[in-house]
Unconditional design. Structure first.
Length: 133
């Protein structure tokens, strides 16, 4: 049975109203979003290293209860014991799922998680372009 918890990494809260930008280049995955809470107005880029898969799923907040795991709404969730990670147990793959207003982003990865904050970017795409340079 899978267990869903908050990841050990501390990440800025995200604004659940806007959707993120998620990209995967065959190695790393990037998730870019507008912050909420005390850092509202800033934009965060989360970089996942050694990504196995990155999926953007059309699961909105109304149907989140029907998602295959019991996710916390509008939060970063780490899923332990997921069926998806079983073939990757030897490399200790991790599965995260983030629920936004109109979608869920799933990332299965083996490497590190790093966070870049863009205090001056006006749009998520600008922060993302800066992060990949």
């Amino acid at each position: 049975m899978a267990i869903v918890e908050s990841p050990k990494e501390k990440l800025p809260l995200y604004d659940y109203i806007g959707n993120p930008i998620a990209i995967f280049d065959g190695s790393d995955g990037l998730l870019c979003y507008s912050n909420a809470g005390p850092t509202r107005g800033q934009i965060t880029v989360v970089r996942f290293a050694e990504v196995i898969s990155l999926k953007v799923l059309p699961v909105n907040s109304e149907y989140l209860s029907q998602y295959k795991y019991p996710l916390k709404h509008f939060a970063f969730n780490e899923i332990f014991g997921a069926d998806e990670t079983k073939p990757w147990e030897d490399v200790e793959a991790r599965l995260w799922a983030m629920s936004f207003n109109d979608l869920v982003v799933e990332v299965m990865f083996m490497g590190a998680v790093t966070v870049d904050n863009a205090e001056t970017a006006n749009r998520t795409v600008d922060a993302l372009v800066r992060a990949v340079r």
